[in-house]
Design a protein around this ligand. Structure first.
Ligand SMILES: NC(=O)C1=CN([C@@H]2O[C@H](COP(=O)(O)OP(=O)(O)OC[C@H]3O[C@@H](n4cnc5c(N)ncnc54)[C@H](OP(=O)(O)O)[C@@H]3O)[C@@H](O)[C@H]2O)[C@H](O)CC1
Ligand SMILES: [K+]
Length: 569
């Protein structure tokens, strides 16, 4: 999946993939049994690619259709000459899984699925088919002990992390949020898979939070669902997609990678007079480095003109190259307002190295113009210190906070995301009071309503950024290894750096200033806020990858030409 860096693909919630499966079955594309056979065959095939010599497998099958996939894997590995041991449950599985279980029982026994039985004999490969998209509440009892043992409660998680293959996801992982259901954020004793095989499309939980770490290598297998993709009519009924709300499925889909064919055409459009003019506000004396990084990035991404605007007494600091940069002093809000009377300035960046007080003083004049702009760093702190932080924000605006800045502007949303997740027991509720208690009770009610409506149970980073963007009425890009970008209409995009290998190098000082500059440069060139943010995140990661290890932020802008060449521009 990582190889398709410049494509886009939908990321689905559990409810969405269920609806797609139902649609495929209802339209006669494939029966449930056929889909399950294909899913199992895909998993068995991936296992045999990695362990080409028949070996010993232990397949753990849960109570639902995830378990059904497991019984198929067991049968197919057995046919390929593997020694297969199956652990399963004494329940009445759903109809397709029941058929697959019966077929396995013609071949071999099903032992009880618990930690004691699992410990008894070791295997070369362990297949986790305990739970998939149907997990709705934290695991308990023997299942929890089994999953905890896979996660290392027996003291040896390294053993399983090399040989655990998860079907759809490691069990216990909420595939709508990337968090362990009922678990703590530190994922102690959470199973880590060497390989996760999922079907049709990645799920939200594969790319957010702990998902990438717990899933290991992610393979997305095509099981022939053939549903109409992006931008066409969905096979989903509105009621089935309310978790990721909005009227149409195209708007609902969370695409993983950002660069689309229409972006390529526009990036290579060589008409210099249509490339706009970005104004990058800089800080006082000795503070100019961050803004210069941003300005250089805006130039490299192709803004026709870039002006850096420090206070008068810091102007001299910006005398050095790049000579393509223009310099104009901006001391007061009036100066900025006068500068922005020039309609040729098509985007503004405020924040990097600007100083909180200066940002606070300039913000009203900037927001007043409703000019496309990016607010980063000190401008975000300035926002959060205003009496009404969100006043005057508008849809041509991109905020690029990291988690700390996000939490200062949206404290309640951040608390909901970071806090314990429902269902809350009496003990947990007994430890809080007042507003905290009210918030948790509301969240618990929301969780139960979501379950009743067949939606994903946990509050995810995706939900958080979407809620924040709706409230603020602008685009928000929350930085991290799983960068989530949302607009005010509920469209969400995930840039999952965890799947493109650039993440560790991007965690370097000044990297955010470059990202803000790239986005401002794209906005100056006429990209609407949301597309500028998604494309900017992809170009930023691509620049890091192009340079590789040893990267410092100064290197990023100058990698953009190589990235563009790589895109065939
Ligand atoms: N033909 C198909 O539908 C295909 C399915 N695929 C695979 O199916 C799973 C999704 O299957 P589903 O049955 O919806 O869900 P799971 O197997 O993940 O789990 C559901 C069962 O687990 C029970 N459950 C839920 N939470 C818990 C818990 N905390 N402890 C114990 N048991 C739990 C649940 O019981 P309920 O009481 O809640 O009903 C179910 O019995 C998908 O992931 C794929 O692997 C294939 O994709 C192909 C086609
Ligand atoms: K699983």
């Amino acid at each position: 999946m990582g190889s398709d860096m410049f494509g886009s693909r939908e990321i689905l919630t559990s409810a969405q993939i269920r609806a797609v499966e139902r649609w495929a079955m209802d339209s006669g594309i494939a029966s449930g049994l056929e889909l399950m056979e294909r899913a199992g065959a895909a998993v068995a095939g991936e296992i045999r690619l990695r362990w080409p010599k028949p070996a010993r497998a232990c397949v753990m099958c849960g109570p639902g259709n995830n378990g059904g996939d497991g019984y198929v894997v067991a049968r197919l590995l057995n046919e390929a000459g593997w020694q297969v041991r199956v652990l399963g449950m004494d329940n009445t599985p759903p109809p397709d899984a029941a058929v697959m279980k019966r077929r396995w029982l013609e071949i071999g026994p099903v032992e009880a699925l618990n930690e004691g039985v699992l410990r008894r004999k070791s295997a070369d490969v362990y297949v986790d088919a305990i739970s998939g998209t149907g997990l709705t509440r934290p695991l308990e009892g023997e299942l929890l002990e089994t999953v905890g043992y896979l996660g290392g409660s027996g003291g040896d998680w390294g053993f399983f992390s090399k040989r655990l293959v998860a079907i759809d996801g490691p069990s216990g992982l909420c595939l709508d949020s990337g968090r362990m259901l009922g678990g703590s954020a530190d994922t102690l004793f959470s199973p880590r898979a060497a390989l996760t095989v999922t079907f049709d499309s990645p799920r939200v939980g594969h790319v957010l939070a702990q998902g990438p770490e717990l899933c290991g290598e992610l393979v997305v297998a095509d099981i022939g669902l053939n549903w109409p993709r992006m931008g066409r009519n969905p096979p989903l009924h509105p009621g089935q997609v309310t978790r990721v709300s909005g009227p149409s499925f195209a708007r609902e889909s969370h695409d993983l990678f950002a660069i689309r064919p229409e972006d390529l055409a526009k990036l290579s459009d060589g008409h210099k007079f249509s490339h706009g003019h970005a104004l990058v506000v800089a800080g006082g004396a000795g503070q100019g480095g961050a803004a210069r990084l941003s300005a250089r990035a805006a130039l490299r991404v192709g803004a026709g003109l870039v002006t850096i605007a420090p206070p008068q007494d810091a102007l001299i600091e910006h005398a050095l190259p790049p000579d393509a940069l223009m310099r104009r002093a901006v001391d007061t809000a009036d100066d900025l307002a006068r500068r922005l009377e020039d309609r040729r300035i098509t985007a503004v960046l405020l924040g990097p190295g600007c100083g909180v007080e200066r940002a606070k003083a300039l913000l009203p004049a900037l927001l007043e113009t409703r000019r496309p702009c990016v607010l980063d760093a000190d401008a975000l702190t300035a926002l959060s210190q205003r009496k009404a932080p969100l006043e005057g924000l508008h849809s041509h605006l991109v905020l690029t906070p990291h988690m700390g800045e996000f939490a200062r502007i949206f404290p309640d949303i951040a608390a909901k995301l970071a806090g314990p997740q429902p269902p809350f027991d009496q003990h947990t509720l007994g430890q809080v009071k007042g507003e905290e208690m009210a918030r948790m009770l509301a969240q618990d009610a929301e969780y139960r309503a979501a379950l009743a409506a067949e939606r994903g149970p946990l509050y995810s980073k995706l939900d958080a950024v979407r809620d924040a963007a709706r409230r603020a009425g602008c685009v928000i890009l929350l930085k991290g290894p799983d960068t989530v970008i949302a607009d005010a209409n509920g469209t969400v995009h995930v840039h999952a750096a965890s799947y493109d290998a650039a993440a560790p190098w991007l965690a370097t000082a000044g990297s955010g200033d470059v990202l803000a500059g790239i986005i401002a440069g794209l906005m100056a060139r006429g990209w609407p806020a949301f597309r500028a943010a998604t494309l900017g995140a992809a170009l930023h990661a691509a620049a890091a990858r192009s340079f590789g290890p040893g990267l410092i932020a100064d290197d990023l802008p100058d990698q953009l030409p190589a990235v563009f060449r790589g895109l065939g521009l």
